[in-house]
Design a protein around this ligand. Sequence first.
Ligand code: GAL
Length: 820
Amino acid sequence: MQKTTTPFLPIGFSWAFAFLLLLSASSCKTTEKSAVRERTDFTKNWSFALGENAGAKVANFNDTQWRKLNLPHDWSIEGKFDEKHPASYNGGALPGGTGWYRKAFTLDAKDKDKLFYIDFDGVYTNSEVWVNGQYLGKRPNGYISFRYDLTPYLKFGPEQNVVAVKVDNSQQPNSRWYSGSGIYRNVWLVKTSPVHVDQWGTFVTTPQVSEQSASVAITTQVRNARQQAGNITLRTLVYDAQGREVAKASSEKVALKTGQANALTEVKQNLTVSNPTLWSVEQPYLYRVVTLVEQNGKVVDNYETPLGIRTFNFDAQKGFTLNGKSMKINGVCNHHDLGALGAAVNVRALERQLEIMKNMGVNGIRTSHNPPTPELLDLCDKMGFIVMDESFDMWKKEKTKFDYSHAWDEWHKRDLEDFIKRDRNHPSVFIWSIGNEIPEQWAPEGTTIAKELVNIVKSLDTTRPVTVGINEPTPNNTIYKSGALDLFGFNYHHQDFEKFPKTFPGQKFIATETVSALMTRGHYDMPADSIRRWPKRWDIPFHDGNKDLTVSAYDNVSTPWGSTHEETWKLIKKHAYLSGQYIWTGFDYLGEPTPYVWPARSSYFGIVDLAGFPKDVYYMYQSEWTNKPVLHVFPHWNWQAGQTVDVKAYYNNAEEVELFLNGKSQGVRKKQGDDLHVMWRLPFQPGTLKAVSRANGKEVLTKEIKTAGGAARIVLEADRTQIVANGKDLSFVTVKILDKDGNLVPRADNLVHFRIDGKAVLAGVDNGLQTSLESFKANHRKAFNGLCLAILQAQEEAGTVKLTATSEGLEPATIILHLK
Ligand code: GAL
């Protein structure tokens, strides 16, 4: 078990010494004798069974026949696609049901005076937890993080303890997208002294920030579990990114609250950080706040909080500024699934998604439509994203039959409070969202509930604006009319953007959700410049003849409520009062296929497909949002002789692009006005298409696309060939089907088989095709439009791993990974 421990610190220690101890402790893998707080990864060696298993809550239940696994775990993603599953294709057409998890563990006899908590980052859904047969509680919300105190029911020494968790995702549909099922996020065992910093017990803000100094205000809640009388000393230290102490505060002789078990003592402290390095999306500089609780001359607890020092503002005319500089929020909405891995959280998979987004120029993430896994926010802190952190997709009025609306009355206050407390120290969180497209916006309760929720948020954090994604932005909207929102958040309605300042005078605007264009990677329907906007019926694919349910990737298909990517970006770009947007969506996700025609089972909205392969419009944004030189030319060059083909190019850092077909110029094109691409229409001839971008008459970039021959060989490309042998790390291996000359075969759909030699497992396979009913957990996958993906997961042994990919009639390929 990997543990984070903090050693005992004697009274009178030097601050520098304390820091050295803390540093060495943070890399510790085992418990130290002197440890005061331990947070142990509690994800290994669980037993799992599907079904009712009511007796499984009892400690001595016989689970020897159950499957052994490590968490995080999502049982739905292991299932078979079937349109008859009650989740329907909106939920990803995968099975739900009820599942049980059990884990046995022992505790050291010397720890019997300690407290033990179990922390769940999220369980989908309706979880109930027992320890040693004792019922601890339930949590209907599948996205919320929660804790139980195990202490009163534990055994110490050789006797075993057993935690049992029932997960009930049987009542479906309960979600408008794929939810996953199970303990799909991490679980932690937290050991503390009886006097310790409460769960999410610090709140760190920066009331005043200038180039010269930042004031840091820290409120700490200390829990007194056993009504101990007496005083504590609370010390707070701030370290910069290099580990240097930059500020400290000490509150002596603070009387502990007593009178009831678990009484909380609040301590407020103020510090100053001189010459602070500010947190920004380009340089997400992080400080670390370390809280030490001392009792009777001994350090009894330590606790860490991230700190990013930044100022920001939303302005009704000028939009968003970060650290005094104007910038657009160029964000994307994402759901929580990780494609072939399902909902099961994996930090590297999250990081890869964010890397792909960052590389496109994205600087904002909306956690649509629910609390994210905590690791996502840790990554956004480190990588520099402006997060719109969202709590609910519905309030009291249901959207799907068995959704959270049924738990609303009993749970919403607790869930919202816990969500804010958990996330309010993340510098990447800039906006709280109390809901998405809430049906109450058309009813009087829209006003009352909005006011109630905003009050809850403000009681815990006044440093960030609160918004809602409203999908009918009119002055009569009851949520808007509540007057409770700081930011006017609206979904879609790009046709109305220019009217907004008049219709909603004085409001600060953020486009909480935009676009909802549709695309299948590598599929093109012409003409490229005619926009299809969802004809007549909801179940009709968009271009005639697309019986295979593919949708054109020219950025020429959108939902009727949405727009093409270019349409919305042109408007957001033009108007300073629009602070930015969160595009629906960065990645394709499981569920909500549009068109709603079986076997479509995942969404078409992503700028990047489910496997992580960019669609063409990715490069439109890259050309606009980054300074990287871009020249992206598409489509592929395998068409019928004589067919008229539209060739589009996204480019930047140049004035013009010239296109050549087999050496013959097809003309020079320049973007005019607010154009975001250039286009040529030409009769197809096999051969070489070459584009050259130029600035001041000088070549900037060239791109060539050749007509591919038949599929001849496989090529494997790993995103990382060296990974950590920690049982979790991943290598994403792209599989390309090439002709004999090395050209990607644009419509290749060869079935590829995978074999692994060495200590890694195949965690998932995918190809990004929205209608594929192949299993994500198989050891083979058909390519789609020339590509597929194999995700390798390290086991816990260092060494080399060989992945071999074979396919009938093709030259096979191997790749070696190094596990360290
Ligand atoms: C929005 C909604 C999203 C998603 C999207 C699809 O209205 O907020 O959750 O359903 O439509 O276009």
